[in-house]
Design a protein around this ligand. Structure first.
Ligand code: FAD
Length: 434
């Protein structure tokens, strides 16, 4: 058994930034990161630039081995934590190693949900989460180049399964590489599990303008191998019986934290690991942060599960401080913007429709930009109640991200301006920030 002051499971941006914060505050402590990936920290955000050939592999890696040595952070690579005993303060790994911790941070991130249909194992069906995934996409793109026969059809065809951020990244990357691209989305309309119909149409119009076909209401039944290379995908068949010939497939059907190994530990889980505003779990000396944490958001006053780089990095600093005894509330408005074909789609703050009391829509499909603003009523001692913006989904209307973020952060009472919010000409910068 190895004893360690600060044990961190997960070597992504959360785990690494927390380790760095702890090191700064506790120069003499031992800090160990267990990572089931065989690499130092790299940027998931840059993976798509890497795939598109706009960033080198060297640029994707954010930390080198020397950095861990200089900071005396012991990065144990390629090792998976598989059991937590919170009473004994131990974590057991798949290779049999056991670590006894004084403080434990779970920085487990999330993983892509895999499609489990016949033919899923065929070549050139890729996900986009790890550096290996990116290499796979690059190889699939190269492969489709090489398999282009002289005199054969010039167009290579790619199918993207799933609307959403990763689907958008795939579609953009395929198109940049000259692939004829079709997006299949299982919802009633494109990206229907997160967008309303109008915002969906705004994004779909941009995609179609850029030559991408979008087909909603189609679920994958199976993949079939190609005639020339039966080990590689050649066709997607949907549950309705439609067939889409293709040379490669990109899958983006959602992500989920892998928390199965924590079962039986007594830790509270509700989609993510439940924490308070200090990122403390219900178990003593056990903390969670980043994509795997369902934390108490003090700004909107509710539990919140977020999957963004900035959120992960800022939570990591807060939790690193708290773990060293400098108790720090995590307080930030999260925001994520996908950029595609010079357009954007942003999610800001809390965008779960169930959480809001009302949703206001600004803009129209015809204008090509729509912001949906989520409002919530809060009791207030002075005026009885107040209405605040808690989140927004902003389709191709990037200029509204900053004022909406400010309004959420500053808990602006919009009761007086409620009716004006729906007017796209009303300048959100004029909302009174006290
Ligand atoms: C292609 C792509 C583009 C993105 N673009 C953006 C963007 O533009 N903007 C943005 O804000 N966000 C973006 N994101 C999301 C962002 O990258 C994540 O929110 C962020 O990486 C989360 O960091 P994390 O440290 O919490 O989790 P992760 O980066 O997932 O790291 C967690 C690590 O823990 C490891 N792990 C899990 N379980 C165990 C275990 N039991 N034992 C050992 N190790 C374990 C995992 O393998 C992983 O290495 C993008 C993500 C992808 C994939």
């Amino acid at each position: 058994m190895k004893s360690v002051d600060f044990l961190i499971v997960g070597g992504g941006v959360t785990g690494t930034t927390a380790a760095q914060t702890i090191r700064g505050l506790r120069p003499d402590s031992s800090v160990v990161i267990l990572s089931d990936e065989p690499y130092e920290l790299y940027s998931r955000i840059l993976l798509t630039s890497y795939i598109r050939g706009e960033a080198t592999q060297e640029q994707v890696f954010l930390k080198r081995n020397e950095w861990y040595q200089e900071n005396r952070i012991d990065l144990v690579k390629g090792v998976s934590a598989q059991k937590l005993d919170a009473n004994a303060h131990t974590v057991e790994c798949a290779n049999g190693d056991v670590y006894q911790y004084k403080k434990l941070l779970l920085a487990l991130g999330a993983r892509p949900i895999k499609l489990n249909v016949p033919g899923s194992e065929l070549g050139n069906i890729s996900y986009m989460w790890t550096i290996e995934d990116a290499e796979e996409v690059i190889n699939a793109l190269k492969g489709t180049n090489e398999s282009r026969r002289p005199g054969g059809p010039l167009t290579r065809r790619g199918v993207v399964i799933g609307g959403g951020f990763i689907g958008l990244e795939f579609a953009h990357a395929f198109k940049v590489k000259g692939i004829e691209t079709t997006i299949l989305d299982g919802s009633e309309y494109y990206w229907g599990n997160r967008l309303d119909k109008q915002s969906s149409q705004v994004i779909q119009n941009i995609l179609e303008k850029n030559g991408i076909s979008v087909i909603a209401g189609e679920m994958v039944e199976k993949f079939v191998g190609s005639r020339e290379n039966p080990q590689n995908v050649g066709k997607v068949i949907t549950k309705s019986g439609k067939e889409f010939g293709c040379d490669l497939v990109g899958v983006g059907v959602g992500i989920k934290s892998d928390l199965g190994w924590l079962e039986g530990s007594g830790i509270k889980i509700d989609q993510g690991i439940v924490t308070n505003e200090y990122l403390e779990t219900n178990l003593g000396d056990v903390y969670a942060a980043g994509d795997c944490a369902n934390y108490y958001d003090v700004i909107v006053e509710g539990q919140h599960l977020v999957g963004t780089w900035a959120n992960a990095a800022t939570q990591a600093v807060a939790v690193g401080k708290t773990m060293t005894g400098v108790k720090t509330v995590f307080e930030a408005v999260c925001a994520y913007t996908a950029r595609f074909f010079e357009s954007t789609c942003s999610f800001v703050g809390m965008t779960e429709a169930d959480f809001a009391d009302e949703v206001v829509t600004r803009g129209t499909v015809a204008e090509g930009k729509i912001s949906r603003i989520f409002l919530k009523n809060y009791p207030s001692t002075s005026s009885g109640s107040m209405t605040r913006i808690v989140g927004a989904i902003i389709a191709n209307n990037f200029g509204e991200v900053a004022p909406i973020t400010d309004a959420i952060k500053n808990k602006v009472d919009v009761s007086q301006n409620r009716d004006k919010l729906a007017d796209a000409n009303f300048d959100l910068h004029s909302l009174p920030i006290s």
